[in-house]
Design a binder for this molecule. Structure first.
Ligand code: HEM
Length: 229
């Protein structure tokens, strides 16, 4: 019961995360940053609820888990189209995940990949403010970290008073990324204590797969700028 409730509750919160992220993106595109900040703050609060929910799941022992493991076969978190949609919305562009979905879920993921991400919207805003020359790329391809983008964020961080709204946007994005990686880490740790190093139900190596996912960064230049300051 606990396993089912946590998965269902998480999916419901993820639905709100996709909604608020899309709302923030529309407001950024319209140069209306106040409401975008509100939506991103809400996303980060929801992420903290999700991080905390690992506390409940981690009361499950390996023995508890084995009492029902045979019931769900190869079902896996990999099948969460909303999780993937959020990764895509934030800026990850790994098209290989789309193949495991069909119907409406697949169409939603394909449409998300074909459009600008949240990070792209932030970069387009930097372009409109004259801090970036041109953000012209195929939205469906992975964002390549660039010195030009780091320089643009550097200008913002070196003079927050002049670029306050961009500075606030940058920190809101870092809040979301920070919380996302904490969620991934809690997932990794919980999986470690429940199934050890067994392969995942979805056919991956399990811990090894989740560990590699910890390295993924949505907003690389916002982390690089910290080293440059
Ligand atoms: C007993 C608890 C859990 C275990 C043992 C577990 C294990 C795993 C493993 C091993 C993977 C790698 C893919 C695979 O081979 O299946 C995975 C992926 C995933 N799990 Fe869990 N998980 C648990 C609970 C949860 C919960 C509560 C959620 C939230 C809804 C969740 C969401 C996900 C997602 C979204 C992925 C895909 C991650 C990615 O591709 O980066 N998992 N899980």
């Amino acid at each position: 019961m606990m396993f089912i409730v946590i998965h269902q509750a998480t999916e419901l919160w993820l639905k709100l995360v996709t909604f608020e992220t899309r709302l923030a993106m529309r407001h950024i595109a319209a140069d209306d940053l106040g409401p975008a900040f509100k939506a991103l703050a809400r996303v980060a609060r929801i992420q903290h609820v999700l991080i905390e929910s690992w506390q409940v799941l981690s009361t499950m022992t390996p023995t508890d888990y084995l009492t029902f493991r045979s019931l769900f076969g190869s079902a896996s978190g990999l099948q969460s189209s909303q999780y993937r949609e959020i990764e895509f919305l934030l800026g990850r562009r790994s098209i290989r995940y789309v193949d495991m979905f069909d119907g409406d879920n697949r169409a939603r993921l394909e449409n998300t990949l074909a459009a600008a991400s949240l990070y792209d919207e932030a970069l387009l805003l930097l372009e409109r403010r004259g801090l970036l020359v041109s953000v012209d790329r195929d939205w469906s391809s992975e964002h390549e970290p660039s010195d030009e983008v780091t320089d643009a964020w550097l200008a913002v961080y070196l003079d927050p008073a002049r670029h306050w709204d961009l500075y606030e946007l940058a920190e809101k994005l870092v809040d979301v990324e920070h919380a996302f990686s904490r969620w991934r880490y809690e997932h990794y740790q919980t999986v470690h204590r429940i199934i050890g190093s067994k392969p995942g139900s979805g056919g991956t190596s399990g811990l090894g797969y989740l560990k590699r996912a910890l390295d993924f960064v949505f907003f690389p230049e916002l982390w690089a700028v910290r080293t440059r300051l």
